[in-house]
Design a binder for this molecule. Structure first.
Ligand code: SAH
Length: 376
């Protein structure tokens, strides 16, 4: 078994010949457990309204520069039909924590998508009460994505002020990791409700150490995740964490209370591949995307290299172009001006260029099937 110490060792590795061993191992494990099919998930960013103050995200409530939108259920359905016409097996509905996406609204959209397209439905709508998660599962939702972002409790709390907190308010040090505990409770609830559960982290969050990241990866295994999404942290200048990271780039010393430069994880492309490869080794049957954040730091080869080093999923964007530019969680997001047809064409071509095949059908996680008592 890959111990946390061994994981840490890989995260610190720099020698190309050694890393080649990791890439080969991850690729072999990927092929053995999830095969050569690359499943496409059509991403629909249904609302950029958000009540939260997450320190890294461009959609955080106080960012007045964002023009907010919310798609109607007819608009969402039109995107889902497009997904079906492109042959995708799944749509992912993602949004900020938007209270106007009520329990009933989302449940009805899920029912319509299931009825009218038969596609698998993944939700990624942030932290929501258990009753709502239950109602959506009942309505037919298959999967839920909620990253825990970091397993370092104080760091989690520092970058996720509780719901109802106000900008500029001093931080409540007595929370003591309560925010992370709440998030892990949500993941547990999703599992109990029978969802395929996805989580993951950002790589290179200011304050994230190598030891933190090794623990994150060990936690993927403990949580027995069905899906694991990880990408580099990309500083957004309209966020506190983004401003801090951008200032640090030009400073000779780290900010107060931050790890020594040797301990701080870089939000680099190489580190992202290491995390994808290690995630594949600790959770062989999970579905692992080659993320848009990775494609953003290496637009020419990022997606392909992610797929060659452990990943088996990509998420073409289906959000109508007029909304897409407004869903700016980080700046310079890949494919921001492309339309859905262009994304579809480009991604299929990239998959074929590395001798892989576009997956057919819903492409559920073999890990989930095994857990639910089916074949693996
Ligand atoms: N509101 C939902 C969806 C968030 S967007 C939720 O909180 O779950 C999905 C993911 O984008 C987040 O989980 C986060 O890991 C990532 N993300 C947000 N801001 C980012 C940034 N500045 N750089 C890199 N990834 C970011």
């Amino acid at each position: 078994m890959l111990t946390q110490a061994r994981i840490l060792n890989w995260l610190r590795a720099t020698e190309p010949a050694r890393l080649e061993v990791l890439w080969r191992l991850a690729d072999a494990v990927r092929r053995a457990h999830v095969g050569d099919a690359v499943h496409l998930r059509g991403l629909i960013e249904i609302s950029n309204v958000c009540v939260r103050l997450c320190g890294y995200c461009g959609l955080r409530a106080p960012n007045r520069a964002v023009e907010r939108y919310r798609m109607s259920s007819d608009e969402i359905l039109a995107c889902a039909r497009q997904a079906r016409d492109f042959g995708y097996g799944t749509v992912v509905l993602q949004a900020g924590e938007d209270p106007a996406l009520t329990c009933e609204f989302v449940a009805e959209v899920v029912r319509r998508i299931k009825r009218e397209t038969g596609l698998a439905v993944t939700l990624s709508l942030g932290e929501r009460p258990r009753e709502e998660l239950a109602a959506w599962r009942e309505a037919g939702a298959d999967r839920y994505l909620l990253r825990f972002e970091t397993s370092n409790g104080p760091l989690f709390d520092a970058i996720h002020p509780p719901r109802g907190a106000r900008e500029g308010e001093p931080r409540d040090a007595s929370r003591n990791g309560a925010g992370l505990a709440t998030r892990l409770d949500q993941l547990r609830a999703l599992r109990e409700l029978g969802y395929e559960v996805g989580s993951g982290v950002m790589i290179g969050i200011p304050g994230q150490t190598y030891a933190d990241l090794a623990r994150d990866i060990a936690l993927f295994r403990e949580l027995d995740l069905d899906m694991i999404g990880c990408g580099p942290f990309l500083p957004h200048p309209a966020t506190p964490l983004g401003r801090e990271a951008l200032a640090d780039e030009h400073a000779s010393e780290p900010s107060k209370g931050r790890p020594a430069p040797d301990d701080q994880v870089p939000g680099s492309e190489l580190m992202a591949y290491k995390v994808i490869a290690l995630a594949r080794l600790v959770c062989p049957r999970a579905n692992i995307p080659s993320t848009t954040a990775l494609a953003t730091i290496n637009p020419t080869r990022g997606r392909e290299l992610g797929l060659s080093r452990g990943a088996n999923i990509v998420m073409p964007n289906l959000t109508p172009t007029r909304y897409r530019t407004k869903y700016e969680i980080y700046p310079g997001k890949a494919c921001i001006t492309e339309d859905a047809a262009a994304c579809n064409h480009c991604l299929s071509r990239r998959i074929e260029s590395i001798d892989r095949v576009v997956g057919q059908g819903p492409g559920g996680s073999p890990n989930w099937r095994a857990r639910m008592g089916g074949e693996s």
